[in-house]
Design a protein around this ligand. Structure first.
Ligand code: ZN
Length: 355
């Protein structure tokens, strides 16, 4: 896996519930090295690298461990609510947007039926010269956000766009002039999905693999967080690790006393606290230290706000649950920022743990 694979995965559209485009990129990349690769009945992408430790007497594979690595592939987005008489599109948010960052963006609109790109639009705003402070309609709130596709009638717009079509911000991934620092949309949480691909690829190259690794690109986390959890139970896994993103502390106005300190580039952040397995955390720390992998610890006294909570609730087997997070800046904006080394180091940590 390389940086251009990373950009391709992040540029694909995939708001919660409409992950088809992003999933097809993930599945085709995983298909290059996975033993099995498919989309399950809940819509999650699944890629499996099987253990291959033969029993010396029978020749059968002894499956010592089954481990699930889960990462949500969906991103936040918008959905078409209404087309007015002037051909303007009114939207609702899929997941949590700060409406202030939507103003002035160019967007891409996709068909909810075919998942094909339909057209570009812009999120406009009445010019500053014409705004008055007490005009409720120009306050930046999600209900005041509208998309203009350049049409001025209901008929022209509704000929192209249907209620329920979905929208992403038009933003391609870019590597900044500082080597390995990337910015774009959907780093939350394609960064985790890419880390899983990188882990699976490394695992596939091992001989005498003792662990079956199941990578999951799960859907609908930004809205409901449930599809992955329902799926996990049937695998009877020994460990389930959620790989998601967390807030890097080196962004302006960040409250380090409340959120803890972890810089972008400081490596994977291992969550501790609440329901997370102490023995799994110890093994992750040991593996990082013995392989010189930088990492930080993130205290999550009241939970992690990730799929891991749903893993626990949806799973009737005794299994160890963990969370590893990649530190990013400006989460839920089209200029999210990540250090590529943190993604690779997450994959190295996971592949060393289960080699
Ligand atoms: Zn998110």
């Amino acid at each position: 896996m390389n940086k251009s694979d990373f950009c391709e995965l992040l540029n694909a559209a995939g708001p919660s519930g409409y992950e088809t485009n992003a999933l097809s990129v993930w599945i085709s990349m995983a298909g290059q090295f996975a033993d099995e690769c498919y989309i399950d009945e809940f819509g999650n992408g699944v890629a499996i690298i099987k253990a291959e430790t033969p029993n010396l007497l029978s020749g059968d594979v002894i499956n010592k461990h089954t481990v699930i690595l889960d990462s949500h592939i969906d991103e936040i987005g918008l959905q078409v609510n209404h087309i007015d008489d002037e051909g303007i599109i009114h939207v609702g948010a899929i997941g949590s947007y700060d409406p202030a960052i939507l103003v002035g963006q160019r967007v891409k609109i996709y068909s909810r039926k075919s998942d094909e790109f339909i057209c570009y639009g812009v999120i406009g705003r009445l010019p500053t010269h014409l705004q008055s402070e007490d005009n409720e309609k120009t306050k930046i709130k999600i209900e005041n956000i509208f998309i203009d596709i350049g049409s001025s009638t209901f008929d022209i717009t509704s000929n192209l766009i249907s209620i329920g079509d979905y929208v992403t911000i038009d933003r391609e991934m870019e590597e900044l002039s500082l080597f390995n620092i990337f910015t774009g949309k959907a780093i939350d949480n394609r960064a985790g999905c890419f880390a899983i691909l990188e882990t699976l690829e490394r695992h596939a190259k091992l001989s005498n693999r003792k662990t079956t690794l199941i990578g999951i690109a799960s859907v609908r986390e930004e809205t409901y967080s449930t599809s992955g959890a329902r799926f996990y139970d049937s695998w009877k896994a020994d460990d389930i690790i959620t790989i998601d993103v967390t807030h890097a502390s080196d962004q302006p106005n960040f409250e380090v006393n409340e959120q803890g300190e972890r810089l972008m580039g400081s490596g994977p952040s291992i969550a501790v606290g609440s329901f997370l397995s102490k023995s799994l955390i110890s093994e992750l720390e040991y593996t990082a230290e013995h392989n010189n992998i930088d990492y930080t610890i993130e205290a999550c006294p009241a939970g992690t706000g990730t799929n891991a909570e749903h893993t626990l609730l949806g799973n009737s087997n005794a299994c160890r649950v963990g969370v590893i997070s990649i530190p990013i800046k400006y989460m839920h904006t089209p200029v999210e920022m990540v250090n590529f080394d943190d993604i690779v180091n997450t994959a190295i940590l996971l592949s060393k743990l289960y080699e």
